[in-house]
Design a protein around this ligand. Structure first.
Ligand SMILES: [Zn+2]
Ligand SMILES: [Zn+2]
Length: 414
C-alpha cells in the first residue's frame, strides 16, 4: 500500500472527529472491564492497555483523538488498564467468530482483486505474486463485492443457528457486527461460555469446524461390510448429517455425483436408479449398498458423501482467533481506518438479513465531491448502491466524499 499524504490523513482525521462529535458510541458491553486498543493508518493496533470507566469517558476520548482504528478486548478484566497482562486479572471472556469475505476463495475474487507491479506498472485481475513482465514482486489489492460479503453474511447467520442449536446458547447473547471492511463478527457473551477453560473452547471450536468427528459415535458405522446410519429424527449433528444425506439423495443428479464424489457415469446412473430403495433403507438405519462389486467401493461412496456433508454443515472459522482470550476486536459503532466504513452493531437477525454493508455502513454522506488521482488500478466497485470505476493509474476523477475516503484509505488514489 502506498503512503497516504499527510494532508489526506489530516482531512480524514477531521472527518472522523466530526463523526465522533455527533455520534455517541454506545454498543460496547461492559466497557469498564475491557482493555481498549487503538490504531493508526497501516497499523490496526498501535497502542493498547487503555481503559475507560464508562461510555462517556470513551466517547470524550474518541471525540478528541479520533483514532483510525478502535478495538476492545474479548476478555473482561478487574484492572483493564494495568500491565503486564497478568495484573489486569481476567475474570471472564467472550468467544468470537469471524467471517471474512476473502476466507472463502469465491470466484469473484478473481474478478475484483488486483495485482500491480509498481516496478513496470503492469497489472491484472486475480492474485499473482510475481510480475510476469519483469519478475518483480507485485502488490495485491483486495476488494469486496456484494457476492462475497453476502456469503460471509449467510455463514454468519448459519453459525448463529448452529450455536443456538448445538450448544443451546441464548441467541440474545450473540453480539453481531459488521467489521467495517470485509466481513462480520459474532461475539458470544452467553454466561455459559464466558468461563470456559482453554480445552473446552478448543473442543467447541473443533466441533464447529467438524474436526475429529467420530462418525461411529454419531451412529454412522461400517460393520460386517455394511454401513449403518442413525435412526430418523435423530438430534444434533447425527440428525443434521442424516438430513443432508437424505436431501442429497433426493435431489442428486448424474453430473453432481460425478463432480462431488468422483463416481463413474455408470455408477452414478446405478445410484440414481436406486433412489427410492436407498431412501427406504435409510429409514431402517441402513445405508444401501449394491452398486459396487466389493463392499469397499460402497464404503467409500458413503464415506465421501459423509465427508461432503460435514464440509457443508460445519464451518471454516479461524480457530486461533476464536481461541484467543486476550484478543482485541474491532469495537462496534467505530470507524474502520482501512475503508472509512462504520463497524455497525447489527441488533437482530432480521436486521442482519437486510443489512447491506456497502450501503448501510457508509457514513460520510454529505453532498460534497472531491477530486482524486488514481495511483493503483481500481476495478469496478460499488458503494452506496452506485457503481464506480474501473479507473486506470493516473486517471483523475471527481467523486462523492465517501467514495474518496474509501479509495484514499485503500491506498489506491491520492
Ligand atoms: Zn513488473
Ligand atoms: Zn467478491
Amino acid at each position: 500500500m502506498q503512503d497516504i499524504a499527510q494532508y489526506n490523513v489530516n482531512y480524514i482525521r477531521t472527518l472522523f472527529k466530526k463523526y465522533y462529535s455527533s455520534n455517541f458510541v454506545s454498543s460496547p458491553i461492559a466497557i469498564e472491564s475491557r482493555e481498549v486498543g487503538i490504531g493508526e493508518l497501516g497499523k490496526k493496533i498501535s497502542a493498547r492497555h487503555l481503559s475507560f470507566k464508562n461510555l462517556d469517558e470513551l466517547n470524550a476520548f474518541l471525540r478528541t483523538t479520533a483514532p483510525f482504528f478502535v478495538s476492545y478486548s474479548v476478555g473482561y478484566y478487574r484492572h483493564p488498564g494495568m500491565r503486564p497482562m497478568e495484573k489486569k486479572e481476567m475474570f471472564a471472556s467472550d468467544i468470537v467468530y469471524e467471517f471474512d469475505a476473502d476466507d472463502f476463495s469465491l470466484p469473484c475474487m478473481n474478478e475484483h482483486d488486483v495485482w500491480y507491479c509498481s516496478n513496470c506498472q503492469t497489472s491484472g485481475t486475480g492474485h499473482k505474486d510475481i510480475c510476469p513482465n519483469c519478475q518483480g514482486k507485485t502488490e495485491i489489492i483486495e476488494w469486496v463485492c456484494d457476492k462475497c460479503l453476502g456469503h460471509a453474511k449467510s455463514e454468519t447467520l448459519r453459525l448463529m443457528d448452529f450455536l443456538e442449536d448445538s450448544f443451546k446458547l441464548d441467541p440474545n447473547t450473540f453480539f453481531v457486527s459488521f467489521s467495517g471492511s470485509k466481513g462480520y463478527h459474532i461475539r458470544v457473551t452467553d454466561k455459559s461460555v464466558q468461563h470456559l477453560s482453554k480445552s473446552s473452547r478448543l473442543q467447541m471450536t473443533n466441533y464447529i469446524q467438524g474436526k475429529d468427528i467420530e462418525l461411529e459415535r454419531l451412529g454412522f458405522a461400517f460393520k460386517d461390510r455394511q454401513w449403518y446410519c442413525p435412526p430418523k429424527n435423530s438430534l444434533g449433528l447425527s440428525g443434521k448429517l442424516l438430513l443432508f444425506l437424505k436431501n442429497y439423495i433426493t435431489t442428486m443428479t448424474e453430473a453432481g455425483l460425478i463432480k462431488d464424489l468422483g463416481l463413474t457415469k455408470a455408477k452414478a446412473r446405478k445410484v440414481i436408479s436406486n433412489k427410492e430403495v436407498i431412501l427406504n433403507k435409510m429409514d431402517n438405519n441402513i445405508l444401501w449398498h449394491g452398486f459396487s462389486k466389493d463392499a469397499k467401493g460402497d464404503a467409500k461412496f458413503w464415506e465421501d458423501l459423509l465427508n461432503l456433508a460435514i464440509s457443508k454443515i460445519c464451518f471454516r472459522i479461524d480457530a486461533s482467533s476464536s481461541m484467543d482470550i486476550y484478543k482485541l476486536m474491532r469495537m462496534p459503532d467505530t470507524l474502520h481506518g482501512g475503508t472509512g466504513l462504520l463497524s455497525c452493531h447489527i441488533k437482530s437477525r432480521e436486521d442482519l438479513k437486510s443489512f447491506e454493508p456497502l450501503c448501510d455502513a457508509v457514513v460520510f454522506r454529505e453532498d460534497i465531491s472531491r477530486k482524486i488521482e488514481v495511483t493503483r488500478p481500481v476495478p469496478k466497485f460499488s458503494l452506496m448502491g452506485q457503481s464506480f470505476g474501473p479507473f486506470e493509474v493516473s486517471q483523475t476523477a471527481e467523486l462523492p466524499e465517501a467514495v474518496c475516503v474509501y479509495l484514499l484509505l485503500k491506498g489506491v488514489v491520492k
